[in-house]
Write a protein that binds this ligand. Structure first.
Ligand code: SAM
Length: 277
C-alpha cells in the first residue's frame, strides 16, 4: 500500500490501524539514518535503536487511534527530540495531497541532525526554538515572546507532543497552549501526554503503587527532582482542563496511562486530546 491510498480511520478501528501501520513501516526509507545510540536518552528511556524504532510505530499507532490524522494532514511535532515520530510520518504523509510535517525543539543539535537526515523530504522541516529549560536548554530565553509570531510552516491540522508537557512548568504552560491553539486551524486537534493527578493517582502515589512518586511540589504541580524542576512534572487533571479551556480548546478527552500503576492501557503517560477553537 502506498501512502496516498491509505485510508483515514475512525479512532478505535484496530484492524484498519494495523493495516495502515504495515504500510507505514514498508514505506519508511532505509536511507534515513537513525540517531547515535548514546543520544537516545534525549527522546526517552530507550536502550537500543530497536526500542527507539518500535516505540516510534507504537506512538504512531496511538495517534491513529486517538486522532483523525490523515496522509493529507499538516502536522506539528512540538518537542520532536530526535524526530522519533518523523520516521513513521515519512512513510505515511502524502505530500501531493498536502501532507506535511514540522518538528520543533529547544535542542539545536537535535534540530540540526534531524534537518540533515530528513533533508531530502521537501514536505519535512525542523525549527529550533531557544526556550529555557533546566532539563534541556539552560541557556534559553525564559519568555515565549520570541516564538509568538513565527508560523513554523503552519497552520496545522494536528499538533502532537509526546512527553513534552511532562517537562513544562506551570509558569510556561499557558504560553505553550496558546501557541499551539494559534498554530492550529479551527477544529484542529492537539494530542499531548501528561502525568495527571486526581484523587485516584494521589491515592496510588501515597500507597506507593504508582510507578512515579513525584515527591516535591512546585507551585501547583508535583515534580520528581527539586534541582531540575523540568525533569518530570505532574499536573492536577482539573488544572489541565481549565488551562486547555482558557487557551481555547474544547472537547477534551483523556486516556489514562500505565504510569499510575495497576491499570491496563495502551499508553504509558496519560494522553489528552482536544479540539482547537
Ligand atoms: C522526553 S523528550 C521527547 C522527545 C519526542 N517528543 C519523543 O517523544 O521522542 C522531550 C523533548 O522536548 C524538548 N523540549 C523541552 N521543553 C521544550 C520547550 N519548551 N519547547 C520545545 N521543546 C522542548 C526537549 O528538548 C526534548 O527533545
Amino acid at each position: 500500500m502506498t501512502s496516498s491510498d491509505m485510508p483515514a480511520v475512525l479512532p478505535g478501528d484496530l484492524n484498519e490501524i494495523n493495516a495502515i501501520l504495515d504500510g507505514v513501516e514498508a514505506n519508511i526509507s532505509s536511507s534515513l539514518d537513525l540517531p547515535a545510540e548514546d543520544w537516545l536518552g534525549q527522546s526517552g528511556p530507550f536502550k537500543s535503536l530497536d526500542e527507539f524504532q518500535t516505540s516510534s510505530i507504537k506512538s504512531m499507532r496511538e495517534l491513529l487511534r486517538y486522532t483523525n490524522v490523515k496522509p493529507s494532514s499538516r502536522v506539528l511535532d512540538y518537542g520532536c527530540g530526535l524526530a522519533r515520530l518523523a520516521l513513521p510520518f515519512s512513510g505515511y504523509l502524502d505530500a501531493a495531497a498536502g501532507g506535511r510535517y514540522t518538528g520543533i525543539d529547544t535542542d539545536a543539535s537535535c534540530i540540526d541532525r534531524n534537518a540533515k537526515v530528513f533533508g531530502s523530504l521537501d514536505h519535512f522541516r525542523f525549527d529550533h526554538v531557544n526556550l529555557f529549560s533546566t532539563m534541556y536548554n539552560r541557556g534559553g530565553k525564559k519568555s515565549y515572546r520570541s516564538i509568538k509570531r513565527k508560523k513554523f510552516g503552519g497552520p496545522f491540522d494536528l499538533a502532537f507532543l509526546f512527553s513534552v508537557f511532562t517537562h513544562i512548568l506551570p509558569e510556561d504552560c499557558d504560553d505553550l497552549l496558546n501557541f499551539l491553539n494559534r498554530r492550529l486551524v479551527p477544529g484542529g486537534e492537539v494530542f499531548c501526554s501528561w502525568f495527571l493527578l486526581n484523587p485516584e493517582t494521589e491515592d496510588r502515589i501515597s500507597r506507593g503503587t504508582s510507578h512515579r512518586p513525584f515527591p516535591y511540589t512546585h507551585g501547583s504541580v508535583r515534580i520528581d527532582n527539586a534541582e531540575i524542576p523540568e525533569g518530570a512534572v505532574a499536573y492536577q487533571e482539573a488544572e489541565v482542563r481549565e488551562r486547555l479551556a482558557r487557551a481555547g480548546f474544547s472537547n477534551v478527552q483523556i486516556h489514562y496511562g500505565k504510569w499510575r500503576g495497576d491499570i491496563d492501557s495502551w499508553v504509558w503517560q496519560d494522553i489528552v486530546t482536544a479540539t482547537a477553537g
